[in-house]
Design a protein around this ligand. Sequence first.
Ligand code: SAM
Ligand code: SF4
Length: 315
Amino acid sequence: MIDNYGRNIDYLRISVTDLCNLRCVYCMPEGGVEKLRHGDILSVEEIAEISAAAASLGIKKIRLTGGEPLVRKGIMDIVRRTSRTPGVNEVALTTNGTLLAENAAALKEAGLTRVNISVDTFDPGKYKEITRGGKIGDVLAGIRAAVDAGLEPIKLNAVLMGGVNDDFIRPLIAMTDDADFRVRFIEIMPIGECADWNKERFVSIAKVLEAEPSLEYAGTDGVSKLYRKPGSKGSIGLISPISNHFCPTCNKLRVTADGKLKPCLHSAEEIQIRGLHGEELAETIRMAILSKPFKHALAGERRSRSRRGMSAIGG
Ligand code: SAM
Ligand code: SF4
């Protein structure tokens, strides 16, 4: 469906849980988040119903996220139901990859098309520090399992933190040398846990081009500017929500784990859709699409107005 600014809204991100098995310093409080009661989380049936209503309005792609979607009980059913929704031609998953080794084949079997894996460093010590306890070996095993299961092309996403993982730019780019990995560097956004970090930690993705000057511009892909290292098999995407916000091409709508629609990631606006069915549900989603703002708050104020952090929205 076309919104008030001519954007075709065809992409729905659904957070299936706000819980996670990691505690990334920029995303989750060290003690985790207060667990929502089971009844406060959208059920598999509700997720299927929302997906169908959204698809009737032109949503074609669904991304399941969280928190960590692979800690959600019933994730295979959710993949199965959303991927069989008439009108939906792609169901992808964003994950930290630590539980992928044991789940990749079943996810593929359930109907998952692709997977995005978040990894901010390959250094075991640094990974443990950034994620407050995670093991990089689990992620590497997850990446291998995703390749073996055919969940390709695989996107590897890294958020850049000044003075923390600047040294990861070249190793991550090297992943594209011999395989078709789609590496993406993302500017960290001042939201939730890192809203008050000092500005040296927020580095521009221009740093990637400084670190690897051989990269050649190769066009755009949704919100990323694409580059390639000459002779490589994969690609590099640079995503700059801050230094060059991509709101004019934003095609997304988000649903939180407790059933609120967020027309914009950085806006405080949330629309309750839990408990709505049939025509009323579809009409509310339609109105949410029409209420999408032209641009997000970071573009002007450099501060998110969202009342939730990324783990509670779905990234
Ligand atoms: N747990 C899954 C994962 O880590 O991929 C899915 C949820 S996580 C919230 C989705 C994405 O949001 C991750 O790639 C994470 O790096 C990113 N993210 C979290 N906080 C962020 C922030 N403040 N700025 C930019 N990206 C952020
Ligand atoms: Fe968990 Fe993903 Fe947030 Fe890290 S970025 S704490 S893996 S939800």
